[in-house]
Write a protein that binds this ligand. Structure first.
Ligand code: ZN
Length: 411
């Protein structure tokens, strides 16, 4: 999708500002960028990418592109791997984020009369507060739970008659299972689930939808780019619309960095158009997806990206074959008796790469049969021989945050 004139003008204005804002990440990075020669789409696509390591390197506030008096809040992406990334927000950034999030709720048909049960974390994480400010702008009643304490979650959900659940997919699944276990499904009033986007398969989606009795919507976003709320699926469940008056999306080949045509799968690269506190130009998200060409059946004019296929970091190469979580889910969903949960472990033993796939099944008999079916399907669809292991439902970990499913122990 090419830049339109308005997007191009916004980006040029932003780069002009960044080139003169001393101390900012882009002050040096763009010192050689000649604005008078930034005219065409090709010129824009020649600008360097920004990656997460660069954001880490300017910890804590080297991303800031406004004077300190204009910064009203910071958020931070999870620092599980080394130095965290700090993202400063101006008052307008917070307002813009809420406007985008309000659009997400509206796309899901959420109204002022809904009661919104928010389970993602608060604090440095962007999720909880993002869901909250958007809901408040819309005028709905917010139930700001945060994560954990399943008993309290379910009690509050019954007493407050929560109608919308905001959650990660794995936590929604855990809640669905606990509600089922307690036999209180008829006391739950949920109608809709807004699920923070991570790669999650059809199977998991169906289970959550059925067990909670809700319609599910995917919400997209990441801390570096406001937080959740920059994109949202519609009732037709065909990818996620994104707000291209605030963000510009490109899809690139993660290996070569070349921009790919609409429709092709690659890594999503985002440029913020209006962000003040921490503008980002051509930021590599590591999310694998594609731009869906054409108009959506819902007639909403905002463009779409497809459901995430995985992370470009999760794409592992084994015996010369690229595997990503989406493919594994596609194999598993074709086989009856298998739940949506799985884990893949890759080891290097005696000079060979060994892939072990653990999956959950409710069947206590015929596990050997199921294991060989998974092994055969994997070989015919992906072209690799694996060790296949069936475990009981509930044995694989569920997490309140994003679940890691592929563990590469080779290095
Ligand atoms: Zn649509």
């Amino acid at each position: 999708m090419k830049l339109n004139q308005e997007q191009f003008n916004l980006i040029k204005d932003k780069i002009k500002h960044l080139k003169h804002f001393e101390g900012n990440l882009y002050f040096n990075k763009f010192s050689n960028v000649d604005l008078d020669k930034l005219i065409s789409q090709e010129d824009f696509e020649a600008l360097p990418f920004t990656n997460k390591e660069e954001l880490r390197d300017c910890y804590p506030l080297g991303i800031a592109a406004v004077p300190e008096e204009d910064i009203v809040r910071i958020h931070s992406s999870s620092g599980t791997t080394g130095t965290p990334v700090i993202i400063p927000y101006t008052k307008k950034d917070i307002e813009d984020w809420a406007i985008m999030f309000k659009r997400c709720y509206e796309m899901a048909g959420v109204t002022k009369l809904d009661r919104i049960h928010i389970t993602p974390g608060y604090g440095l994480w962007t999720a909880g507060i993002g869901f909250q400010t958007g809901a408040e702008l819309l005028g709905s009643m917010v139930i700001p739970m945060g994560p954990g304490n399943t008993d309290k979650q379910i009690n509050m959900m019954m007493d407050m008659k929560s109608t919308v659940l905001c959650s990660t997919s794995s936590y929604a699944l855990l809640l669905a299972e606990e509600i089922e276990k307690r036999g209180v499904r008829n006391k739950i009033h949920l109608k809709k689930g807004l699920i923070g986007s991570e790669r999650w398969g059809e199977k998991m989606r169906k289970r959550i939808a059925n067990e909670l009795g809700v319609t599910l919507y995917d919400i997209y976003g990441l801390t570096e780019i406001y937080g959740p709320g920059v994109g949202m699926s519609c009732e037709y469940e065909c990818g996620m619309h994104y707000w291209d008056d605030y963000v510009y999306f490109e899809i690139i080949d993660p290996k070569t960095g070349k921009v790919l045509p609409d429709g092709e799968i690659g890594e999503l690269v985002i440029t913020t158009l209006r962000k003040e506190g921490a503008p980002l130009i051509r930021y590599r998200t590591r999310d694998l997806t594609r731009i869906i060409p054409g108009e959506c059946q819902c007639k909403n004019p905002f463009p779409r990206i497809d459901t995430l296929i995985g992370r470009s970091d999760d794409m592992v190469k084994v015996k010369g074959v690229n595997i990503y979580p989406g493919q594994i889910e596609d194999v598993l969903k074709e086989i009856d008796g298998i739940s949506s949960e799985y884990q893949v472990i890759i080891d290097h033993l005696q000079g060979k790469d060994i892939i072990t796939l653990y999956f959950e099944t409710s069947l206590s008999t015929d596990r050997n049969l199921l294991e060989s079916e998974v092994r055969n399907k994997f070989r015919s669809k992906i072209g690799l021989t694996i060790v296949s292991r069936a475990v009981s439902i509930g044995e694989l970990p569920r997490s309140e945050k994003k679940t890691t499913r592929v563990f590469d122990n080779r290095y």
